[in-house]
Design a protein around this ligand. Structure first.
Ligand code: BES
Ligand code: ZN
Ligand code: ZN
Length: 483
C-alpha cells in the first residue's frame, strides 16, 4: 500500500504544494511557485521535518495535469533522497474558492501523479539498485469537505487508474524477446482470466476462417504466430457496444522492408496501442464500470524471414478490398483493417482505434500530443477527456483529395501513399476504407506520445502508458448515455 489515510503527521518529510499567491512560513523565491518547480527546506534537528515545496502556479489557471505533475515530481524527488514516507500538507486559506478544480478531483489527480511518478521498469536491473517505495500519508483533517469513506474512494479510484496506466507502461517497456506475440496473448489472457471479461483468442485456422489476412501476412515471417484477442466486458449489456482497437506489433522490424539505424529499440513499443487498450480494460473492469465494451487487440511480430510477406504482395480482406503491400513496414494499417472489420461484425456502434502508426505524426505534432481523425462528436469528447487527463489529442483532417495517393496499379489500394508527404493522414484515409457504416469511428495515432524521451512530471524516460486512462474515461462517458 503506497497511500495511507492517517492523522499522525510524524513523517520525516512534509510536502507543501504552493500557489503563486499562497502564504508560506519561510521566505521563498517566486519562481519556486511555478509549475514544474520545487525546493527543499532541510531541518536542522532530528525532531524537525524536512519540507518539500512544489509549485502549482496561479490558482485560477490550475488544471488537473499541473496537479498530477506536481504529485509526480514530489514523489520522484522524495524517492531520490531515499525517504520512505512523506505527509501531504494542505493549507486551506481564504483564496480557496478561486480554484475551479473540485477538492476530490484535486486529490485524485495528486495521487495519480504520485503513483505514476514512482513507477519504474526495473525488471532487468541487477547491479544497479531499484529505488525504494515511498509511502504517502494523507491526513483526513486536511480534507474537511470529504468523509473518510469519500477519501478512501478517491484513493481507490486513483490507484485503479494508475494501475491500468502502469500495466500499459510495463507492456510497452518490455523487450521483444520476452514480449513476443505468444507472450502478449498469455499476458492479456492471464490478466483478465479471473474477471467478468469474456476472452476469445483467434489464431491459426480461426484467423484463416475469418480471413484476417492482414494479421496472417504481417505475422508470416515470425516464429511466433499472430493472434487477435477479443475481450468483451459487459458491465451493462443493455448499452450499445463500443469497441477499442489496438495495434499490437510486438516488434516492428519493418518486415522485408527492414528498418535500419543505429538504435532501433523503440520498435519494441509498436504495441503501444494494444497496451493502451489493455490498460483501459483493466481500469474499466477494476472500477466495475457499467459499460458495454469490446477490446480487439491485433498481435503480430513484423520481421523478415523466408516466409515473410514480400513487398508488392496482395492482401485481400473479407469486405472485398484488395491491398497491395508496397511496403511491408506499413503493417499497422493491415492489422487494424482486420480488427475494424471484426468490430463491425460484432455489432459495435463505435470504434476507437489506437496505434503507433506513423513516424509522420511525430513530425506533424511532436511528442507531446497525438493526432485524431474521424467522427467529429467522438473526437470532441476524446479531446476534452484527453485535456483533463494530460493525454492530449489534436484533431487532424481526413483529406478526401489525398485518397488518390493510395492508388495501386494492381489492387484496390496501396498500403502507402505515393508521395512522402502527410503520411499520417494517408494512413488514416487507408483505415477509413475498412470502417463499415453505420459504425462510427475515430483513429488515434500515438506514435509520438508512446514514450517520454526525457524526465516528465510523473515519469522518467520510457513508456508513458498513453491512452489507458483516455480510453477508459471515454467509454465511461457512455455510461448513462444510450445512443
Ligand atoms: N510503427 C511504425 C511507425 C512508427 C515510426 C512508430 C516511428 C513509432 C516511431 C509503422 O509501422 C511504420 O513503420 N510506418 C512507416 C510507414 C511508411 C512505410 C509508409 C513510417 O512511418 O515510416
Ligand atoms: Zn512498420
Ligand atoms: Zn509499426
Amino acid at each position: 500500500m503506497q497511500i495511507m489515510l492517517k492523522s499522525d503527521r510524524n513523517t520525516a518529510v512534509h510536502i507543501y504544494p504552493l500557489y503563486k499567491d499562497q502564504k508560506f512560513m519561510y521566505p521563498i523565491r517566486d519562481e519556486i511557485r511555478n509549475t514544474g518547480r520545487s525546493a527543499w527546506f532541510r531541518s536542522r534537528s532530528v525532531e524537525d521535518k524536512d519540507i518539500f515545496v512544489v509549485g502549482l502556479g496561479e490558482r485560477n489557471k490550475l488544471g488537473l495535469e499541473a496537479i498530477r505533475r506536481a504529485g509526480g515530481l514530489s514523489a520522484r524527488s522524495i524517492q531520490k533522497e531515499g525517504f520512505s514516507e512523506a505527509s501531504l500538507v494542505r493549507v486551506i486559506d481564504d483564496q480557496e474558492s478561486c480554484t475551479e478544480v473540485c477538492v476530490s478531483d484535486w486529490l485524485q489527480a495528486w495521487i495519480e501523479g504520485w503513483l505514476l511518478g514512482l513507477y519504474g521498469f526495473h525488471k532487468y536491473r541487477t547491479f544497479t539498485q531499484s529505488p525504494k517505495e515511498v509511502l504517502l500519508r494523507i491526513h483526513p483533517e486536511d480534507w474537511p469537505e470529504m468523509t473518510d469513506l469519500e477519501l478512501r474512494q478517491v484513493i481507490k479510484v486513483a490507484e485503479i487508474r494508475a494501475a491500468g496506466t502502469m500495466l500499459a507502461r510495463d507492456m510497452v517497456n518490455e523487450t521483444p524477446d520476452y514480449l513476443h506475440p505468444g507472450r502478449m496473448v498469455e499476458w492479456v489472457v492471464d490478466h483478465f482470466k479471473d474477471t467478468p471479461v469474456k476472452i476469445t483468442v483467434y489464431s491459426g485456422e480461426q484467423l484463416k476462417e475469418r480471413q484476417m489476412n492482414g494479421l496472417l501476412k504481417v505475422g508470416a515471417g515470425s516464429v511466433h504466430p499472430p493472434a487477435m484477442i477479443e475481450l468483451h466486458y459487459e458491465g451493462d449489456a443493455s448499452l450499445p457496444l463500443i469497441s477499442l482497437v489496438g495495434k499490437g506489433i510486438t516488434f516492428d522490424m519493418g518486415g522485408m522492408n527492414v528498418k535500419s539505424g543505429k538504435d532501433i529499440s523503440d520498435a519494441r513499443m509498436d504495441m503501444g496501442g494494444a497496451a493502451a487498450v489493455a490498460g483501459a480494460m483493466d481500469i474499466l473492469v477494476s472500477q466495475q464500470a457499467k459499460v458495454n465494451v469490446v477490446a480487439l487487440i491485433a498481435v503480430a511480430e513484423n520481421v523478415p524471414d523466408a516466409h515473410a510477406m514480400l513487398p508488392s504482395s496482395i492482401v485481400s480482406f473479407p469486405n472485398g478490398i484488395t491491398v497491395q503491400a508496397a511496403n511491408t513496414d506499413a503493417e499497422g494499417r493491415l492489422v487494424l483493417a482486420d480488427s475494424l472489420i471484426h468490430a463491425a461484425a460484432l455489432g459495435a456502434v463505435e470504434a476507437v482505434d489506437i496505434a503507433t502508426l506513423t513516424g509522420n505524426v511525430g513530425q506533424a505534432l511532436g511528442l507531446g500530443i497525438a493526432g485524431i481523425w474521424g467522427d467529429a462528436t467522438m473526437t470532441q469528447c476524446l479531446v476534452s477527456v484527453g485535456e483533463r487527463n494530460g493525454e492530449r489529442l489534436w484533431p487532424m483532417p481526413l483529406m478526401d483529395e489525398y485518397e488518390s495517393e493510395l492508388h495501386s496499379d494492381y489492387a484496390d489500394l496501396s498500403n502507402i501513399g505515393s508521395s512522402s508527404l502527410a503520411g499520417a493522414i494517408t494512413a488514416a484515409l487507408f483505415i477509413r476504407r475498412f470502417v463499415k457504416e453505420p459504425m462510427k469511428w475515430v483513429h488515434i495515432d500515438m506514435a509520438g506520445t508512446v514514450q517520454y524521451k526525457g524526465d516528465a512530471g510523473y515519469s522518467a524516460s520510457g513508456a508513458t502508458g498513453y491512452g489507458a486512462r483516455l480510453l477508459a474515461d471515454y467509454v465511461m462517458t457512455k455510461k448513462n448515455n444510450k445512443i
